[in-house]
Design a protein around this ligand. Structure first.
Ligand code: HEC
Length: 117
């Protein structure tokens, strides 16, 4: 009986350790798909951000265009992740699936070099 309890304890500890580690692994291994990111951005971000290539003016003037985001010095997908995971007052804290985030960030970064096409 005792053994069983302890075993569960260990399994639970392992699982939570795994959950902590997983997002980091996913981040370093997966490269999002910029094409899917573009269509996702059109759905989820375009009400405020200009998401298109060489599109400079966002519907919401406070929201930077994705093109200018991509072109800002030293911009990387990692920076976008960090920004996204920090609470910010002026943009709603959107909850995105990990895959959507990878894709949309890959798309933004792809705009650095004129898009993915
Ligand atoms: C309801 C409006 C709205 C929506 C929807 C929205 N944003 Fe924003 N976003 C903003 C505003 C406003 C800012 C400027 C916030 C600031 O500078 O504090 C911003 C800023 C950002 C920034 C940071 C820019 C910087 O200065 O570093 C990123 C990255 C970003 N948005 C990504 C996204 C993505 C990706 C989506 C879609 C999944 C999205 N946003 C959807 C309003 C929005």
């Amino acid at each position: 009986m005792y053994k069983k309890v302890r075993l569960w304890g260990n399994i639970r500890a392992l699982i939570s350790a795994g959950l902590v580690l997983l997002p980091n692994c996913a981040r370093s291994q997966t490269e999002g798909d910029a094409r899917q990111g573009e269509s996702f951005a059109k759905e989820a971000c375009s009400q405020c951000h200009a998401v298109g290539r060489k599109q400079f003016f966002s519907p919401n003037p406070y929201a930077p265009s994705f093109y200018s985001l991509a072109r800002s010095p030293g911009m990387t997908a990692t920076k976008l992740h960090v920004w996204f995971e920090t609470p910010h007052a002026s943009m709603p804290n959107l909850i995105l699936r990990a895959a959507d985030k990878e894709n949309v960030f890959a798309y933004i970064i792809s705009l650095k070099s004129g898009g993915h096409l």
